[in-house]
Structure formats: structure tokens, C-alpha cells
Design a protein around this ligand. Structure first.
Ligand SMILES: [Cu+2]
Length: 71
């Protein structure tokens, strides 16, 4: 199990946070997602044998938000 904190731009409210959560949660290999809206952080627990940063970035992009880095 691996953890990453993604810095996501464009999330403005609880609805945005849920959209990002759902986009990531639908990917196989993602075990848990927590969004910290105030700090633009999305914390993901994942299995690095099944999914990587690029996959998460793409899913978030498809949901309409932008990953600008990690922390
Ligand atoms: Cu919103």
C-alpha cells in the first residue's frame, strides 16, 4: 500500500471534492481517498502494483480538475 498527496487545482466546493473522490474511487487499485479542500490536497491510499500517479492525474483531468503537483 502506498500513499500520495495530490495538489489539485479547480476544486471549489464539496461537489468538486466528491467529483474528484468518485473519479479516483472508480479506479482499481485505489483504496481510500480524502479531500482537504482548504489546502487543495487529495490524499490517496493505493496499491502501486495496480495504479500510478499518471493514472490518477488522467482520471482527475477527465473529471475536470488539474493535478499541479504532489506533496
Ligand atoms: Cu464545486
Amino acid at each position: 500500500m502506498a500513499k500520495i498527496s495530490l495538489i489539485v487545482e479547480g476544486m471549489k466546493c464539496g461537489h468538486c471534492a466528491n467529483s474528484v473522490k468518485e473519479a479516483l474511487g472508480s479506479l482499481s487499485g485505489v483504496n481510500n481517498v480524502e479531500v482537504d479542500l482548504d489546502n487543495k490536497l487529495t490524499k490517496v491510499d493505493f496499491d502501486d502494483a495496480l495504479i500510478d500517479f499518471a493514472d490518477m492525474k488522467e482520471a482527475i483531468s477527465e473529471a475536470g480538475y488539474k493535478v499541479v503537483g504532489t506533496k
